[in-house]
Design a protein around this ligand. Structure first.
Ligand code: DAH
Length: 344
């Protein structure tokens, strides 16, 4: 057994000297001291020795173990230092190198216009509301006083989805959802995507954005509508802007109107700038649709039209962004060409 121990010791010491990395050294440690290690096996065999032999052998075995442990620790230190030195040499960082520039994106013009409009309305006390892109036929049409087979449906080429659902053709269903919540008074604007089966050209896209507005309270009348929307237009386009309201028809409002603003290109005097591109010589630019919420719509949402009244409005946001940023083709807003988007 003594010889065996000496053999193990010599072999282990030689092995340690030869181990040139931490991993090899650790493998060696396991092969000596591990559960099935050579030294461990010998120590286990100790029990079979006679009572006289046992202490003698035990002492030698302990000495061998201590010597090997010390040698192992020393080798470990040496290797660790060597590995550190190598890492320091090969992984050094040149802190004087110039940094790599990261390019920061810009806000999309549609995001900017939505934020701008929301800010204007929030300043007037409105809350921001949202609704789902996939709507029920009920919320998108029926509750808005547009029953099945109503001609108004033809004007909004609808994407029909399964089970009586549609991709919303307008943000007006958010009005319904808000009124259904049953909390009055209401003053909201609801920006979002809408979908119509249109072909893509310079002024049309199957996906575009609208912003809806709704105010419901006791005693709301057309004067509130005109006042609120005029303040909005003047905040957005400048204090000199004038508004005019032309009678129109929407199923969900009565009376209904379209609001025009005096052209900010020619100042409303189309004769001043010949062939003004913005208003095409009209002096006026159509901005939005609006009206007093139809009593049927209030009733559909459980609101008594004899007690409450309201006004609503809706506008296409691409057109406003195009006017605001002087963009002449709507497709530019959806192409996501970085050279275009960087300009804003
Ligand atoms: N939903 C209408 C559209 O898509 C826009 C609109 C007009 C909304 C009048 C309104 C409104 O709330 O009162 O053409």
């Amino acid at each position: 057994m003594r010889e065996e121990l000496m053999q193990i010791k010599d072999k282990a010491l030689a092995g340690m000297a030869g181990a040139d990395n931490m991993r090899a050294l650790d493998d060696l440690r396991v092969s000596i001291f591990g559960k099935k290690g050579e030294l461990t096996q010998i120590l286990r065999g100790m029990g079979a020795l006679s009572a006289e032999e046992r202490p003698v052998m035990g002492q030698i075995a302990n000495e061998v173990r201590e010597e090997l442990e010390t040698a192992l620790e020393a080798r470990k230190n040496t290797l660790h230092k060597a590995e550190m030195a190598q890492a320091m040499a090969s992984e050094h960082i040149d802190v004087t190198l110039p940094g790599r520039a990261t390019s920061i994106g810009t806000k999309h013009p549609m995001t900017m216009i939505i934020e701008e409009l929301c800010n204007i309305f929030m300043g007037m006390g409105y809350e921001i509301a949202t609704g789902p892109d996939i709507e029920t036929d009920y919320h998108n049409f029926q509750a808005l006083n547009i029953p099945a087979h109503h001609p108004a449906r033809d004007e909004q080429d609808t994407f029909y989805v399964e089970d009586g659902h549609v991709l919303r053709t307008q943000t007006s269903p958010v009005q319904i959802r808000k009124m259904e919540e049953g909390k009055l008074p209401i003053a909201i604007v609801a920006p979002g995507k809408v979908f119509r089966s249109d072909d893509i050209d310079a002024t049309h896209s199957p996906v575009f954005h609208q912003m809806e507005g709704l105010v419901v309270d006791k005693g709301i009348h057309m004067g509130h509508l005109k006042g609120a929307l005029t303040v909005f237009a003047q905040t957005l386009f400048g204090e000199d802007v004038k508004t005019r309201f032309r009678p129109h028809h929407f199923a969900f409002t009565e009376p209904s109107a379209e609001m025009d603003i005096s052209c900010f290109g020619c100042g409303g005097d189309a004769t001043r700038i010949k062939g003004c591109r913005l208003c095409k010589g009209e002096g006026w630019i159509e901005l939005l649709g609006c009206g007093m919420v139809h009593p049927n719509v209030l009733r559909n949402c459980g609101i008594d039209p004899d007690e409450y009244s309201g006004f609503a409005f809706g506008m296409g946001l691409e057109r406003i962004a195009m006017q605001r940023y002087n963009i002449d083709d709507m497709r530019l807003l959806f192409d996501n060409d970085i050279r275009f988007l960087k300009q804003f």
